[in-house]
Design a protein around this ligand. Structure first.
Ligand code: AGP
Length: 609
């Protein structure tokens, strides 16, 4: 996710802008920039790479001024480069803006502004913002920003300044975070609290739709043009707590961030023009898609489990065979594929050595390669023919959570894209699924809001055991595999996942003495089968923990602990079902005193074989 910093006060702005960006580095970025106003002019410096690169590029230069804005960019539209870095200015260079989020209607706005004579120098969505403000500017920056804001669709946290109407900064917020800091020597904007520590002792978090004006004398918050009284809080966090967003661990922060990550992953990808799904400029067009007669999905760990969701979904939607492969096995077994095979490689980091090598093997055999990854311009992204970015934002905890759910979302979007290209689904069917996809972020939020108590109870009980079993059927079995990995890798409980119908072929021998059996049951066509499998475990004294939809009665009747999920389409259930499993693993790990964010023996990105 991008980082924003802004300052106006008595001191020189540059030191805070640089230090503020450095405290936001943990958010992940690929370029940085500053804009400082002084005596009628805005000076802008932008540099691809780390903040140290930016500092090197301005070394020896005198960039004075007591008001400025700064930005670290996590690329979503337009590759990392100096001209795509923020701050962006309007054609005449009078308005400077930094932005975090995605302007969904940027193409429409850009065309309109180009028709009016504005020129653009970047590939970013952000660049429409300063030009739109300039279009409405008649001497008052705040008025122009409010008019421009009314035209924006999508997510944004943006801070703006003008060299024609200086001496204040304007901040606007919709979905992406923006914080206002009240300082003794001036006032501040920042994407997150770490940047403000040591500079302010009070802050307010801008709410969606609010506009903030900060100047040397104070802060004013507006709603629909009217000044309102903000909720001002004392800043008491230390830097470590602040980087975790106030949570005890990055993993919990990243689990809680999933509704926003899912919205970012969806943002701008549902078009209603010639196609319903807009995944950008994929080389896999209708002609190529027509010739695809097999899909191979390759990954490691959690990404491998996301691929398995893809297999069930693609075989249902596209009716072509889908093979799912562990990358370290795939690369050495001389796999059978050719130019009619689509190989999809999934990787959060985009740097996993085995997955990268599997990609090379598939490419060598003539397969078309699609990468689904979270890191812009990562090795896997660069080597693939096509890329879909999950836009989950940086994931720091070793245990992958928001990367997994956004990988699955990207897999759904691509499946609908292919179904449309290959004429496997009519638009109404696609629309039904998309409408429900758009409801998933709020349903994930509902699970987090409504179920923490029952989930903590489940985790506390499971944490008392050294073994645990996850069972399910169809898509539930696939998610059970991810649930077992989550619990295993951060609580060190020996957890295994089994197809529920497979229990009686061996594993049932281990279901004794109240051992936890976590049962996933969202696939309604298999519910009765699943209930009988649960009974098999229950009658052998297994302790039953079930995850099912609200309103279900059959499963709770044979369970001791139940976590209810808001209803969704069976096909889309994995994105909801995994949330309780992530939280169970998290709380069990905390209960057992394990190192949640950095579990023993594991690394976040396995860049060696
Ligand atoms: C998942 O919680 C683990 N951290 C691990 O299995 C991870 O998913 C695997 O190493 C693949 O990483 P990648 O997605 O970056 O390729």
């Amino acid at each position: 996710m991008c980082g924003i910093a802004g300052y106006i006060g008595e001191k020189q702005a540059l030191p805070f802008l640089i230090s503020g960006l450095k405290k936001l580095e943990y958010r992940g970025y690929d370029s940085a920039g500053i804009a400082i106003y002084n005596e009628g002019r805005i000076e802008v410096r932008r540099q691809v790479g780390k903040i140290a690169e930016l500092e090197r590029s301005i070394r020896g230069q005198v960039i004075e001024g007591t008001q400025g804005i700064a930005h670290t960019r996590w690329a979503t539209h337009g590759m990392p480069s100096n001209r795509n870095s923020h701050p962006h200015r309007d054609s005449d260079g009078h308005i400077a803006v930094v932005h975090n989020g995605i302007i969904e209607n940027y193409l429409e706005l850009r065309n309109e502004l180009e028709d009016k004579g504005y020129t653009f120098t970047s590939e970013t969505d952000t660049e429409v913002v300063p030009n739109l403000i300039a279009e409405y500017f008649e001497g008052n920056l705040l008025e122009a920003v409010e008019k421009a804001k009314a035209r924006l669709r999508g997510s944004y946290a943006a801070v703006c300044m003008s060299q024609q109407d200086p001496d204040y900064l304007v901040g606007i917020r919709q979905d992406s975070p923006l914080i206002v800091g009240y300082g003794k020597d001036g006032n501040y904007f920042a994407s997150d609290i770490p940047a403000l520590i040591g500079h302010v002792d009070r802050y307010t978090v801008l709410k969606n739709g609010e506009t903030a004006v900060i100047d040397r004398d104070g802060v004013t918050i507006y709603v629909d043009g009217k000044a309102v009284e903000p909720e001002v809080m004392e800043l008491t966090m230390d830097i470590d707590a602040a980087e975790k967003g106030g949570y005890d661990h990055f993993m919990l922060k990243e689990i809680i961030e999933q509704p926003r990550a899912l919205k970012e992953c969806l943002s701008g990808r549902i078009a209603y023009g010639k196609r319903v799904i807009d995944l950008g400029e994929l080389k896999l067009d209708a002609a190529k898609a027509e010739k695809i007669n097999k899909i191979v999905m390759v990954a490691c760990g959690t990404a491998y489990h996301a691929c398995y969701v893809g297999r069930y979904v693609y075989e249902k939607l596209l009716r072509i065979p889908v093979e799912v492969e562990i990358a370290s096995e795939f690369r050495y077994r001389d796999p059978i594929l050719d130019e009619h095979t689509l190989t999809i490689v999934v990787s959060q980091s985009g740097e996993t050595a085995d997955t990268l090598a599997a990609l090379a093997e598939a490419k060598r055999k003539g397969s078309h390669i699609l990468a689904i990854t979270n890191v812009w311009e990562s090795s896997i992204a660069r080597e693939a023919h096509d890329v879909i970015y999950t836009r989950a934002g940086i994931e720091i905890a070793v245990a992958s959570t928001k990367a997994y759910t956004t990988q699955i979302l990207a897999i759904y979007l691509f499946g609908l894209y292919m179904a449309e290209l290959k004429g496997k689904m009519i638009r109404r069917e696609i629309q039904t699924i998309i409408n429900e996809l758009y409801r998933l972020p709020e349903k994930v939020q509902q699970i987090i809001d409504d179920n923490l108590d029952i989930i903590k109870e489940m985790a506390d009980e499971i944490a008392e055991f050294e073994d645990a079993f996850f069972i399910g059927r169809d898509l539930d079995y696939v998610v059970a595999r991810e649930g077992a990995l989550k619990l295993k890798e951060i609580s060190y409980i020996h957890a295994e996942a089994y197809a529920a119908g497979e229990l009686k072929h061996g594993t049932l021998a281990l279901i004794v003495d109240r051992v936890p059996v976590i049962c996933l049951c969202t696939q309604r066509n298999l519910e009765e089968k699943m209930v009988s499998n649960i009974k098999e475990a229950q009658t052998r004294n297994g302790q039953i923990f079930s995850i099912c939809f609200e309103g279900d009665t059959l499963v709770p009747a044979v369970s001791e602990h139940v976590c209810y999920l808001p209803k969704t389409l069976d096909l889309l259930a994995p994105i909801l079902t995994v949330i309780p499993l992530q939280l169970i693993a998290y709380y069990a790990s905390v209960k057992r005193g394990a190192d949640v964010d950095k579990p023993r023996n594991l690394a976040k990105s396995v860049t060696v074989e």
